[in-house]
Design a protein around this ligand. Structure first.
Ligand code: DX5
Ligand code: ZN
Length: 218
């Protein structure tokens, strides 16, 4: 059984005091800080870039997980690696036939890498690169915004990835992102996910340590 890791998405944090927010969520028990990078082009929203990540690094020793929702992500890999990301994930939809090269580029910077697919992209699109990945990220909402509703059609895809990961026989995390709540977290774990992203569910709660513990233990 893989260790369950809770990954609060700072997209739902207060950006006016982001360092403090990251320090506090780490003390509250976050294993991973999920960093949603959006460029207004790959998705219809703009969030933040490598500067914010670099300057936040001193506030937490948790794993920094940079989820790049940007076009031509290979152009920015060096900057996110230099900013202190521990893992960088890139979308199949942004990379297409450059996915394998982009994953190798990330690794060449000494950073862990992961492939991401949207809710309407089949697992078969990334099947041949899974063995290169440290993590596979399955979107359970269409990327762009926090606070959206979980799309249950992701569940069989998690199972499919879990089977492929088992066959490969390497430690590869399976992360799920979007619309995760206390009500559906067990479903994604049972399907095989072990890295649980939660933005609004964690940050909208006054007692964040409690909700992180609940998401981990349910
Ligand atoms: C969506 C982002 C998610 C999102 C999660 O584009 O990738 O990480 O912020 O937020 P919730 O948990 O509120 O759906
Ligand atoms: Zn994300």
């Amino acid at each position: 059984m893989k260790k369950i890791k809770i990954a609060p998405s700072i997209l739902s944090a207060d950006f006016s005091k982001i360092g403090e927010e990251i320090a506090q969520i780490t003390r509250d028990g976050a294993d991973v800080i999920h960093l949603d990078v959006m460029d207004g082009s790959f998705v219809r929203n703009i969030s933040f870039g490598p500067k914010l990540i670099k300057e936040s690094r001193k506030y937490s020793k948790a794993v920094f997980d940079a989820h790049l929702m940007i076009v031509n992500p290979w152009n920015y890999v060096p900057q996110f690696a230099d900013a202190g990301a521990d893992i960088i994930t890139v979308h199949y939809e942004a990379c297409k036939d450059k996915l394998k090269d982009t994953l190798n580029l990330i690794k060449s910077h000494g950073v862990k890498c992961g492939a991401v697919i949207n809710p309407d992209t089949e697992v078969s699109k990334i099947a041949d690169v899974i063995e290169l990945c440290d993590m596979v990220l399955l979107m359970s909402v269409f990327p762009g915004f926090g606070g959206q509703k979980f799309i249950p059609e992701v569940l069989p895809k998690i199972e499919e990835v879990a089977k492929l990961v088992n066959k490969i026989g390497k430690e590869i995390d399976i992360e799920v992102d979007g619309g995760i709540t206390k009500e559906n977290v067990k479903l994604v774990k049972d399907a095989g996910a072990n890295v649980i992203v939660a933005g609004s569910t964690v940050f909208n709660e006054p007692d964040r340590a409690k909700i992180i513990k609940e998401l981990r233990e349910i």
